[in-house]
Design a binder for this molecule. Structure first.
Ligand SMILES: [Cu+2]
Length: 289
């Protein structure tokens, strides 16, 4: 046990050194990204499949470059001061105490930098928070320790639990700690509105490839949306410490064609006939309208 802990620490340190190397040597972005989940050794983000995820990543890239440039600039200034103005090189220091030009410059330039950051930041926030007209709504409930999905009356009126696959249930193409028994299924190129709530404690519904992250809070209905542009199976994980099995309640969303979606709905209606979508779902929808 101890041994594996030490190995874990070593790996972490190595990863830190590697990511630093990546920053210095030009950013390794999503070159290794595999669709829908992180790949071993991957650095950077997962490949985005929504406009929001792309926007998040380009905003991140912009900020990172700005941080790098500012850090290098400050480092260069420090280096210059150390060499040029040390006691030996500069025995009689200047008595200057004020420079209007400098003071205006180091006030105005940072303000301009903040404006450059603020504009894409607010644009992104607006895109995330102003929900477009939704093609379908799914209610997501975080529970200790799994997710439940409810499809409303106009989408078949059923609900089901999505539980981590373990042991013998894991098939060859499943991914350990990510694959679940029942995936949420949505049609491609459709705007999906998610209503997210917690049943017991606070969970957080996150799918990196969609660029969504929303807390599942008991007694509070949160909303987010996504429009997946590519078919595939996309994974996420609960991202708020929610108890002992926090690490074992993954999110799996399968994006399929319209036809496949209709077929899945027909099948799911039969499969989950015993569990109609939770009644407060309809109430919540009514309150919104
Ligand atoms: Cu959780």
């Amino acid at each position: 046990m101890m041994r594996s802990n030490f190995r874990g620490i070593d790996l972490k340190a190595m990863a830190g050194a590697l990511s630093l190397a990546a920053v210095i040597g030009g950013f390794v972005s999503s070159a290794h990204a595999q669709q829908g989940h992180a790949a071993p050794g991957q650095m950077g983000f997962q490949e985005p499949v929504t406009a929001i995820a792309r926007e998040i990543q380009s905003f991140h890239d912009l900020l990172l470059w700005m941080c790098v440039i500012i850090s290098l600039f400050v480092l260069a200034l420090l280096g210059y001061v150390m060499v040029r103005f040390n006691e030996k090189a500069n025995p009689t220091p200047s008595r200057t105490t004020h420079s209007t030009v400098l003071e205006v410059a180091w006030t105005v330039i940072p303000v301009l930098i903040l404006v450059v950051m603020a504009i894409p930041s607010f644009r992104l926030l607006t895109h995330q928070l102003v929900l477009p007209e939704a093609d379908l709504t799914i209610k997501v409930t975080g529970k200790q320790w799994y997710w439940s999905y409810d499809y409303p009356k106009d989408q078949g009126d059923f609900g089901f639990d999505s539980i981590l696959k373990t042991g013998a249930d894991l098939k060859a193409d499943d991914i350990r700690l990510l694959s679940v028994d029942n995936e949420a299924v949505v049609p491609v190129n459709k705007t999906v509105r998610l209503q997210v709530v917690g049943a017991d404690v606070i969970h957080s519904f996150v799918v990196p490839a969609f660029g969504i992250r929303v807390d599942a809070v008991p007694g509070r209905l949160n909303e987010t949306w996504f429009k997946a542009e590519r078919e595939g199976l996309y994974y996420g994980q609960c991202s708020k410490l929610c108890g002992k099995d926090h690490a074992y309640m993954p999110i799996a969303v399968r994006v399929v064609s319209d036809q496949q979606y209709q077929a899945w709905v027909a099948e799911a209606k039969k499969k989950f006939a015993a569990t109609p979508s939770s009644s407060d779902f309809a109430d919540n929808a009514a309150i919104r309208q």
